[in-house]
Design a protein around this ligand. Structure first.
Ligand code: ATP
Ligand code: MG
Length: 143
């Protein structure tokens, strides 16, 4: 077992639906620890940069627009196999394909408006954490 860190976002639809507490409850119940958190309203430039890996995809412009429609909450989660554990809690990208009991199956409206984001690998987690947080913003647990 490896202790990992991953970047998690409650997307604008998740914040709009008042799911902040529900999403955090699921993370905490699974043993993931929030070690940094912030709320912000992404600019178009920020959303473009965050999703630059998808810039050639047909849904890129819509994705950038959606991610700037309202505030988001970004957090760093820490725990055993946190990257995979977090993705399991979120469920598949398309809520219709997500397992029952996952965040996306329970709350997402569509493959685009799917409530949450999670890093998909160790290297992207590092990049995505540094996109939102300086080293000094991260608060490892001391008790
Ligand atoms: P995320 O990166 O947000 O955690 P993911 O890794 O499950 O989700 P990606 O393939 O990385 O999915 O896509 C990033 C985001 O782009 C998705 O979460 C969703 O909001 C949007 N998206 C993905 N595929 C589509 C699609 N076919 N049509 C519209 N939007 C999509
Ligand atoms: Mg992804």
């Amino acid at each position: 077992m490896t202790i990992e860190r991953t970047l998690s976002i409650i997307k604008p639809d998740g914040v709009q639906k008042n799911l902040i507490g529900e999403v955090y409850r699921r993370f905490e119940q699974a043993g993931l620890k929030v070690i940094a958190a912030r709320m912000l309203h992404l600019s178009t430039a920020q959303a473009e940069a965050f999703y630059a890996v998808h810039r050639e995809r047909p849904f890129y412009r819509d994705l950038v627009n959606y991610m700037t429609t309202g505030p988001v909450i970004a957090q760093v989660l820490e725990g055993e196999n946190a990257i995979e554990a977090h993705r399991r809690i979120m469920g598949a990208t398309d809520p219709k394909k997500a397992d029952p009991g996952t965040i996306r199956r329970d709350f997402a409206a569509s493959i685009e408006e799917n409530v949450v984001h999670g890093s998909d690998a160790a290297e992207t987690a590092r990049q995505e954490i540094s996109f939102f947080f300086a080293q000094a913003d991260i608060c490892p647990r001391t008790r």
